[in-house]
Design a protein around this ligand. Sequence first.
Ligand code: UT7
Length: 332
Amino acid sequence: MTALTAASGSAHAAILGVGAYRPRRVVPNSEVVDAIDSSDEWIQQRSGIKTRRFAEDDETVPMMSVAASKQALDAAGIAADQVDCIIVATVSHLMQTPSAASLIAHELGTTAAAFDISAACAGFCHGVSLAADMVRAGSSRHVLVVGVERLSDITSPTDRGTAFIFADGAGAVVVGPSDVPGIGPVVWGSDGEHYDYIRQNHDWRDVIASDDPQMPHLIMEGSAVFRWAAFEMAKVAQEALDRAGITADQLDVFVPHQANNRITDTMARSMKLPDTVRIARDIVDAGNTSAASVPLALERMMAEGEARSGDTALLIAFGAGLAYAAQVVTVP
Ligand code: UT7
């Protein structure tokens, strides 16, 4: 047998820069309530959401991704041609193939490896884990991870369980080599028994075969997902702390998927997070942007001084699949 040369990478990986793109159009609850017989008060009490952003025609998945990526690259001090791989987490790039990532790579001016991943709201944290492993294993030195959604394209404005929640935006990070561990071990998994809890309402083949084809949209069993997220995900978050070798009182920042402020509160209580831990609340004016929610929330905390360079942050994301992923990271 002929021996092959093995790849070898950096001993450690870290997030080197963060970027975000928030669509221009701010949509208050008053714009969505009539179609779902709801109220501003109900939406705020049950989810925490006051406003969200909906993308306009030119704010496409690639356009928002490129804007967020440029900001992340600038923050990291890395040029696009230094990126070896681009991972895009999304469920709302409405071209089955090719990937959004290959177009984003081209628009950034690089021929880096590029592919999309589909893990719904958990996609970004999956991407960060893959990127860290790639940097350590040596298949890439710098990896750009993007979480991006235009959920307004696949949300029905008359669906009472989702119309007030889902929204649009993009977040990105650059993952690269580091002298010390900056991305802790991932805790991830899937619970496919509940595949139906959050899903597209119809398979494309059924839509095409229908006499009255309608754009498919997302549907969700809200209370079942709520219970799963609030209780099961607190255990996953705790395991991510354990695997990183830290305790809750060593945490500075908690950045959970922005699904519902009440889920965030329940998780923080179950984990007995001390009051000193600063908690992301981007959902209040971003809504639930699925794969984009964790990087958007992190970027905002950094921009507002709530997350500072060197802080220890717990990320956790969960959603359709049901899929989840959590890791502790150092804020760049
Ligand atoms: O991103 C992926 C992960 N997603 C999540 O984690 C989302 C998890 N789920 C949730 O965040 C919550 O389940 C929702 C915010 C979606 C809904 O809140 P809820 O407290 O679970 O509401 P519910 O479905 O249990 O309904 C409670 C009540 C019902 O009325 P009655 O039976 O108590 O009289 C509903 O008919 O609220 C009513 N209701 C509404 N009222 C006004 C349900 N939807 C609405 C609405 N506006 N849009």
